[in-house]
Design a protein around this ligand. Structure first.
Ligand code: NOJ
Length: 758
């Protein structure tokens, strides 16, 4: 290791430090270092770099003497492991790193990967909720906080962000992404990558990001996780790939491939995706890691006959690192020797992996992320908790706020002096579920519950659970057991509701009902909650429904009956505090839905940027594109969200004087009594094109704060980037013709105009 440090220093001196050439000089130093290291490596050691193990073995205790764990340990010592996952804590990481650095021949440090998805210990809202903020700065900060905490416990690589576009609310992993739109999804993906990786990857508080899952995983048929993906080229190029491309352009260090087949070829062995598009067309410089065991899954997919063929197909297709399949470590050497995999394939993969290690500064100091002092100081740091609260309140979406009969004002915000409140619902008293799914390092029960947050503002309430949401314990691994029958608590809840002035019902999904492997065929309120809501409504109509859920729900009955509905998702550590701030008006809600909410599960996949079809319009006969038993329209459209104030849009103007920078302006006035933030959204429709274009596509948004009575002029500039699209050959084209513009408060409401692109 000392020798390595010395080589880097000498090379740096040799190349000199002129500012102009600093970047390329640094790059050259790195390339020289990596090439010289590669030259020293045996084929076995090279293959070792392409191997990733789950670190389940005891490193602080005795090393197992038998079996798989013993084999993995031996591989560590022989330099046959490039990365591990699920090892955390400075002490554990240092122990493992020491084995490799001190005992293996070349001492090449390990990468330590972990699923830091929405926080490490301080948990932010689930990513879908964060995306509802449309606040890129806050989202970047949330990823920054996650990186600071993760890096403080030795982790230097996160398997995040998930940038899969998701159109089907049944899919459990919608909670992990940014929703249905590729434009918003790309902006959020960039913000998250910037947050994790920072400006200097070698700093001890930044970590490498991994965008996932490349590609198409979000399009699992019928929303069932791991299911088949079969999409056309237009959807692939215009919807699925843009967030990946955007982050590659922003220097994301790694890409994770995926479990699914894409049009018959498993993504992990998909040469078209990984070589042709990612590495050749987009010039991606980092490395591709497989998903957990996705190499070995080529066998059940019916694409490879055995693990040896798996290694050959995946490596040749451009999957650089094998996560937990042991396909490479077992067979790749032999495949290279037999001429089935060219050595250049291995060399290229290893260079990419070494480069990320180099950029993380691991060759300079393999223990860079192992400072126990930082670990002690930074976990749950007050600034992290403050950021989590800020993110949480910005993630909340006000779905409905009506004025109950006989009252002058909408039901929300509640007065801090409000008397006689009933709070109902098991989730109100839950400190675990609001942490959401995919927060594997978090401390169980560490969220501020709804009740705890509420109490800080107002204690004039009585609480009744009404009914359990789940039966028995819940965890990340096991299926959640929902209470479908026990209504024994209904009577008490109804009695309290009857006596109360206002009823707050906290209902929704358990945090472990979404996430990996947790698809649902229903999108209603699980268990007996819908019945509870209807029973309470019979005795008191003054209800505020606070939803907690990891996906869009079909809450059509609630929308039709309940006067106020607040979407609070799963907001993480600061859940209760954030909801209370919004309920009592200390924060004016500003979130907008990043995913369409359906009226019925049968409408799924339901998304705003659909095609028109040849029969789009209602007809007095049946032969138009519709359902006989449901509307086409969603319950809440993409981009929807209310405020405690009102915004008026006027003066939409388009200036096409400069055809390569078309200006669109609009006045947005706050006509209410409270200051508020509005997400001003711009949508385009290309009326006629060589490939049919969606009825509407988001092409710009701005989140603005407007004081009561004041107006803000908002400008968007449209360039070819916004006007063009990918044709079915994957070429980006900009075609002349008429474009409809809509600027407004959500994807269905705004001012319209048309311009012609020459
Ligand atoms: C499987 C998941 O699909 C992936 O997103 C995750 O990063 C890996 N497991 C590692 O935990």
């Amino acid at each position: 290791m000392l020798r390595m440090k010395k080589t880097i220093c000498i090379l740096l001196l040799w190349i000199g430090c002129s500012n102009v050439f600093a970047q390329s000089s640094k790059e050259k130093v790195m390339q020289i270092f990596i090439d010289s290291l590669l030259n020293k490596m045996t084929l076995e050691e090279k293959v070792g770099q392409m191997n990733q193990y789950n670190g389940f073995w005891e490193v602080t205790g005795p090393i197992p003497k038998e079996g798989n764990a013993k084999l993995k340990y031996d591989h560590l010592k022989k330099g046959m492991v490039g990365a591990v996952l699920n090892v955390k804590g400075t002490e554990n990481v240092r122990k493992l790193q020491e084995i490799v650095v001190k005992e293996s021949r070349l001492g090449i440090p390990l990468l330590f990967g972990y699923d830091v998805i929405h926080g490490y210990k301080t948990i932010s809202p689930i990513p879908l909720a964060e995306s509802a903020s449309w606040d890129l700065e806050a989202i970047e900060k949330s990823a920054r906080v996650a990186a600071i905490e993760a890096s403080a416990v030795g982790i230097n690589w996160t398997f995040a962000p998930m940038v899969d576009i998701t159109r089907d609310a049944r899919w459990g992993r919608v909670m992990e992404g940014a929703g249905e739109d590729p434009y918003l999804g790309s902006k959020i993906a960039i913000a998250r990558v910037k947050g994790f990786q920072g400006d200097d990857l070698a700093a001890s508080n930044t970590i490498a990001a991994s965008v996932k899952h490349f590609a198409g995983y979000g399009f699992a048929e019928s929303g069932r996780d791991y299911n088949t993906v079969d999409v056309g080229t237009s959807t692939l190029y215009n919807i699925i790939l843009p967030p990946f491309k955007a982050t590659v352009e922003h220097d994301v260090k790694t890409v994770m491939n995926s479990f699914n087949v894409l049009n018959g070829i498993p993504a992990t062995a998909n040469k078209f995706l990984q070589r042709d598009i990612l590495k050749d067309k987009w010039k991606f410089k980092g490395f591709v890691v497989s998903d957990w065991g996705s190499d070995a899954e080529l066998i059940p997919h019916g694409f490879a006959k055995d693990l040896k063929e798996v290694a050959m197909l995946s490596a040749n297709a451009g999957s650089d690192m094998d996560m937990e399949s042991s396909a490479y470590v077992t067979h790749l050497k032999e495949l290279v020797e037999a001429g089935k995999v060219d050595i250049t394939v291995v060399n290229d993969a290893v260079k990419r992996i070494l480069q990320v290690k180099y950029e993380l500064g691991l060759f300079e100091d393999p223990y860079r992320y192992c400072n126990p002092q930082r670990e002690k100081e930074l976990i749950y740091h007050p600034t992290h908790l403050a950021a989590a609260l800020d993110m949480a309140k910005k993630s909340i979406v006000l779905l409905k706020n009506a004025t109950p009969a006989g009252q002058g004002n909408p039901i929300l915000p509640l007065s801090k002096n409000q008397k006689n409140i009933a709070v109902i619902g098991a989730l109100a008293d839950d400190k675990n579920s609001p942490l959401g799914s995919w927060r594997i390092a978090s401390d169980d029960n560490s969220a501020v519950s709804f009740l705890e947050g509420f109490k800080k503002y107002n204690s004039n309430f009585v609480y009744a659970k009404g009914a359990d949401l789940v039966k028995g314990p819940t965890d990340f691994i096991h299926e959640v057991n929902i209470n479908e029958t026990d209504k024994s608590g209904f009577a008490q809840a109804i009695a309290l509701a009857k006596k109360s002035a206002v009823v707050i019902m906290v209902l929704g999904e358990h945090g472990f009902q979404s996430g990996e492997g947790r698809s649902r065929a229903k999108l209603d309120l699980p268990g007996v909650q819908q019945q509870l809501l209807e029973e309470v409504y019979k005795v008191n109509k003054n209800i505020v429904l606070v939803l907690m859920n990891g996906r869009p729900l079909a809450i059509t009955w609630a929308q039709e009956h309940v006067p106020a509905i607040l979407e609070s998702w799963q907001l993480g550590t600061k859940t209760g505090d954030a909801i209370a701030q919004v309920l009592f008006g200390d924060y004016n809600p500003s979130g907008k839905l990043p995913m369409t909410f359906p009226r019925s599960v049968g409408q799924e996949p339901l998304y705003y940027n659909h095609y028109s079809t040849g029969r789009p319009n209602p007809n007095n006969v049946v032969f138009w594109s519709h359902y006989g038993d449901e509307l086409n329209e969603p319950l809440y459209p993409f981009g929807y969200g209310l405020s405690y104030t009102n915004f008026e849009y006027t003066d939409l103007k388009i200036n096409t004087d400069n055809p390569s920078a078309i200006s669109v302006t609009v006045q947005v006035k706050n006509t209410g009594k409270l200051a508020g933030e509005e997400v001003v959204q711009l949508y385009l429709h290309d009326r006629v094109a060589s490939t049919v274009r969606p009825v509407k596509e988001l092409k710009g948004f701005k989140k603005i704060l407007v004081n009561p009575g004041k107006s803000v002029l908002v400008e968007f500039v449209l360039t070819d980037t916004e006007l063009g699209f990918y044709n079915n050959e994957g070429a980006f084209v900009v075609e002349p013709g008429d474009f409809e513009v809509m600027v407004g408060t959500n994807s269905t409401k705004g001012l319209n105009a048309v311009f012609t692109k020459k």
